[in-house]
Write a protein that binds this ligand. Structure first.
Ligand code: ADP
Ligand code: ADP
Length: 226
């Protein structure tokens, strides 16, 4: 089952073409690793999959990104496509953990708040579930109201993963999620990603080939040949 189809994607910064006719499929319940030298457009590609651009001129990007929702592929750049739906369906994790300066609990609950959830019990249950999925619950269950900045780097990154998971996204994008962490902290994240494959289509940019070997079902090397 294909979850994401990328078709003839071109991308330019000023006059420099970064992505050239990229056409790829991503399969559900798999981990795809994107590897390749620095500067080959891996981050740009992830940003494009998540439509994280503020405002993208037509001349800067060509091609299509389609994500399957309820059996139908929808072009995420179509005018009719809802960005709200995209934000709910695609979770994103960055290289450096970026918790908000608030409590552990509020960090994880934040997307629920944006999505309009009001019921405290429901929010509390979802926070617990996301923290469990991110392998963090046991470590933080007695300190949910401490600032997220009290956590170690590895814990902060798992917190960011919990936050990315709380709206139950079908796609999870990670841009070098373990590069700022020590090896042990990185290994925990690898194990939890293998667990998450059951729920999400996972795409991870990584420059650790040993890590890629341990977790990836598919490897794509940038720059891609068209
Ligand atoms: P990678 O993730 O593979 O290291 P990036 O997608 O970050 O590659 O960047 C691809 C190329 O585009 C790099 O040469 C980078 O310097 C350049 N680049 C990235 N962002 C911008 C930008 N906002 N404006 C202009 N050039 C950029
Ligand atoms: P603050 O950072 O202002 O101390 P908290 O992060 O402690 O706020 O809590 C935010 C809100 O979520 C509070 O109203 C709190 O009562 C509620 N809350 C915190 N933990 C839970 C939980 N486990 N289940 C349900 N509600 C909770």
């Amino acid at each position: 089952h294909i979850k994401i189809k990328v078709r003839s994607l071109d991308f330019w910064y000023q006059n420099r073409q970064i992505l050239e006719h990229v056409s790829l499929d991503f399969t559900r319940h798999t981990i795809t690793a994107i590897v390749g030298p620095s500067g080959t457009g891996k981050s740009t590609f992830l940003t494009t999959l998540n439509r994280l651009w503020e405002n993208i001129p037509d001349a800067q990007m060509k091609g299509r990104v389609e994500i399957e929702f309820d059996g139908t592929f929808r072009d995420i750049y179509a005018r009719s496509f809802s960005l709200t739906q995209l934000r709910r369906s695609v979770g994103m994790v960055f290289q450096t953990p970026n918790p908000l300066s608030m409590s552990i609990y509020k960090n994880v609950a934040f997307p629920l708040k944006l999505a309009g959830y009001k019921n405290r019990k429901e929010v509390g249950n979802k926070v617990e579930k996301a923290l469990k999925q991110a392998y963090l619950w046991e470590e933080v269950k007695d300190r949910l109201h401490e600032k997220a900045s009290c956590l170690s780097g590895g814990q902060q990154q798992r917190l960011c993963i919990a936050r990315a998971l709380i709206l139950e996204p079908e796609v999870l994008l990670l841009d070098e999620p373990t590069s700022s962490l020590d090896q042990n902290a990185g290994r925990i994240i690898e194990t939890l990603l293998l667990d998450l494959r059951e729920r999400c289509t996972i795409i991870i940019v990584s420059h650790y080939l040993d890590q890629v070997g341990r977790i990836a079902d598919t490897v794509m090397e940038f720059p891609l040949k068209s």
